[in-house]
Write a protein that binds this ligand. Structure first.
Ligand code: GAL
Length: 327
């Protein structure tokens, strides 16, 4: 009897889990994780290890202890259903920056040689004057990450950061530097713990920098510096990461302010049939940060052009690389 009840409840919970499966991405909508909570991974970045995608970002759920800053980690095999892995980093003010210190835009790289997960983030004080990156490491993707140090990459002021992993696996840190009015693409040391090489300086005052390599061209996108308010994000291309980069052009009709979003990453989904590039943006809600949304949408890309079409619910097949509208 007990066994039958057990089997029945197992069946029910399996059915429930299947019913919960998300079969689409809804740009700008509430995005529930496996526990039904809106995903907290703002200003995020994604890496793929084996068949699993890990999404890291600013954890801004309500009721957090204000002494700490939190970086969340989510895991997915299909980019649509995300399992909450907990706080990958729970960090107290590491450099005496004061109560309103800032940890933003975490990005994680996996180093195959050291088997370390290396997290970079924007570390700052309330005035955004410290302008450094912080580095934390972990042996596991979901953490716990241990804070190691902070520094100014290439001795430059660094605020918004982005990450780019080239097709050959080489990691780059993208960082915005205000005094020189532009953003850097920089190479990391062998152990990924330092930023050692200026690969490119793109002379455009843009932040939220993201890069993708597609059919022989590098595409870089970024947003203007308007704080939490959205603006028309732009893109440029180059045959090589080190430039020369073209002029920047709009990625969407400027009046939409990038459909009210700000760039954080471009994900490349290379499948057996097709390659899809997804624009990943944040729709910030400064006074209710926990409710900030994500605007993901496959872009039209190729021959030096990149365009973000009007966002609509879509589905993606990470095996074939194909995507389609869901309704
Ligand atoms: C934005 C930046 C965000 C955050 C915000 C604070 O420009 O992209 O990451 O720093 O400003 O106002």
């Amino acid at each position: 009897m007990k066994r039958t009840v057990f089997a029945a409840s197992l069946l029910l919970s399996t059915l429930f889990a299947i019913a919960q499966e998300r079969t689409f991405i809804d740009p700008g909508g509430i995005w529930p994780d496996d526990k039904g909570n809106h995903i907290q991974a703002h200003g995020g970045g994604i890496i793929k290890i084996g068949k699993t995608y890990y999404w890291y970002g600013e954890e801004r759920r309500q009721g957090l202890d204000r002494e700490y800053r939190y970086v969340s980690c989510y895991a997915s095999k299909d980019l649509m259903n995300w399992k909450y892995q907990g706080d990958a980093l729970k960090q107290a003010d590491p450099e005496n920056l004061g109560q309103r210190w800032v940890l933003e835009r975490p990005k994680v790289f996996y180093n195959k040689k050291t088997k370390n997960y290396v997290m970079y983030f924007h570390l700052d004080d309330a005035k955004y004057a410290y302008a450094r990156v912080g580095v934390a490491v972990s042996k596991k993707p979901q953490g716990p990450f241990r804070y190691v140090k902070s520094f100014r990459p290439l001795d430059k002021e660094s605020r918004d950061i982005g990450q780019f992993i080239d097709d050959d696996g080489t990691p780059y840190l993208v960082f915005e530097s205000r005094p020189t009015k532009g953003f850097y693409i920089a190479g990391l040391s062998d152990d990924y713990m330092d930023v050692v090489k200026e690969v490119s300086f793109i002379h455009a005052p843009l932040e939220g920098g993201a890069i993708v390599h597609y059919k022989g061209l590098y595409y870089s996108i970024g947003s203007a510096m308007t704080g939490w308010k959205p603006n028309p994000n732009k893109y440029a291309t180059s045959p090589s990461l080190s430039g020369p980069w073209t002029e920047f052009k709009d990625i969407a009709p400027p009046a939409t302010n990038t459909y009210s979003s700000q760039s954080t990453m471009l994900i490349k989904v290379e499948g057996t049939k097709s390659t899809t590039i997804i624009y990943m943006g944040d729709m910030w809600k400064p006074s209710t940060q926990w409710d900030s949304r994500y605007l993901w949408m496959p872009v039209e890309i190729g021959d030096g052009k990149l365009w973000l079409p009007e966002p609509k619910k879509f589905k993606i097949n990470v095996k074939t690389g194909e995507w389609g509208l869901s309704e």
